[in-house]
Design a protein around this ligand. Structure first.
Ligand SMILES: C[S@@+](CC[C@H](N)C(=O)[O-])C[C@H]1O[C@@H](n2cnc3c(N)ncnc32)[C@H](O)[C@@H]1O
Length: 273
């Protein structure tokens, strides 16, 4: 039985994105495992909830209360630096980072519960203690729960591009979100963005260059960056991959606007990620 049993469709009051999750089977390493992770409350009782190193943030919920979210040091049981990946998908990139960088604390965020189920199952099977999972919307999580100047690095790999012009307003990387990212980063913390969508990459670049809190820096070498489902998918279709890296810059020291360029001013790599 799942947490929203009996609430099946739009007419019954569930917003369509909530229907993207559900108990089911996942395939992992060739074997099919029964998925046990479920949303631990009914729709009508939904509330932000911390359970099993997973933070549930309900959609269509306004009564956020920061006090339900403990400091990072309590969540991880150490004072290591925190790195967040938004839009983690099935978690391949972040789980590998967590395995190879055990001295860092990693936070995976996604609003698709099927993908959260996969991250949860793989975290368990790999025994990764330095991964915390957030099931929720990235901007909401950041604005409502993440303390200021508490994160060392942020990553967004292949955010949904919303390629149609009339849908571009749905893109995650917009100015209020980026302002929140600068609030939560430590001074000189870094923001890493990777996309296959040149127009979206260009938009990110212009937006960040126009904000004095951010300084463009040499992008990550994608050969060493790590890989993900969407990285491989777009590489296999021959698409170019674009990478951006920014650093949070002290506000009293405004950087000069030197980075506007005529051609696409972001690193482009056709190497396998
Ligand atoms: C194109 S996939 C990329 C997944 C992964 N980063 C990869 O490279 O394979 C985009 C992911 O972002 C998630 N997503 C999109 N918008 C989101 C938002 N506002 N908050 C949280 N997750 C979001 C989707 O559920 C999806 O898993």
């Amino acid at each position: 039985m799942n947490g929203f049993a009996g609430v099946r469709d739009k007419e019954n009051g569930v917003h369509p994105p909530l229907l993207r999750w559900g108990a089911g089977r996942i395939n992992q390493g060739g074997s099919t495992l029964r998925q046990r992770l479920e949303i631990p409350y009914l729709w009508e009782d939904r509330v932000p909830l911390l359970k099993d190193r997973l933070f549930y943030i309900p959609q269509h919920y306004e009564a956020h209360c920061r006090s339900v979210f403990p400091p990072w040091s309590s969540l991880f049981g150490n004072i290591h630096h925190v790195h967040i990946e938004y839009c983690s998908g099935n978690g391949e990139w972040i789980l590998e980072k967590a395995a190879t960088h055990p001295h860092l604390n990693w936070v995976a965020v996604d609003w698709n519960f099927r993908r959260i189920q996969k991250i949860y199952a793989k975290r368990k099977s790999r025994g990764l203690k330095n991964v915390f999972i957030v099931f929720g919307e990235s901007f909401t999580f950041t604005r409502e729960y993440v303390p200021s100047e508490s994160v060392e690095a942020l990553y967004i790999n292949f955010p949904d591009p919303w390629p149609k012009r009339r849908h571009a307003k749905h893109r995650l990387i917009h100015s209020p979100f980026v302002q929140e990212l600068s609030r939560i980063l430590l001074p000189f913390g870094t923001l890493h963005l990777v996309t296959d969508h040149a127009d979206y990459g260009q938009q990110m670049r212009f937006m960040l260059d126009a904000l004095h809190q951010w300084k463009w820096t040499e992008p990550d070498d994608l050969a060493d960056y790590g890989t993900s489902y969407f990285a491989r998918l777009w590489q296999s279709k021959g698409r170019s991959i674009y990478s951006l890296r920014y650093q949070k810059w002290p506000s009293e020291d405004k950087k000069p606007f030197t980075h506007f360029a005529e051609s696409l001013p972001i690193k482009k790599s056709d190497q396998t990620l």
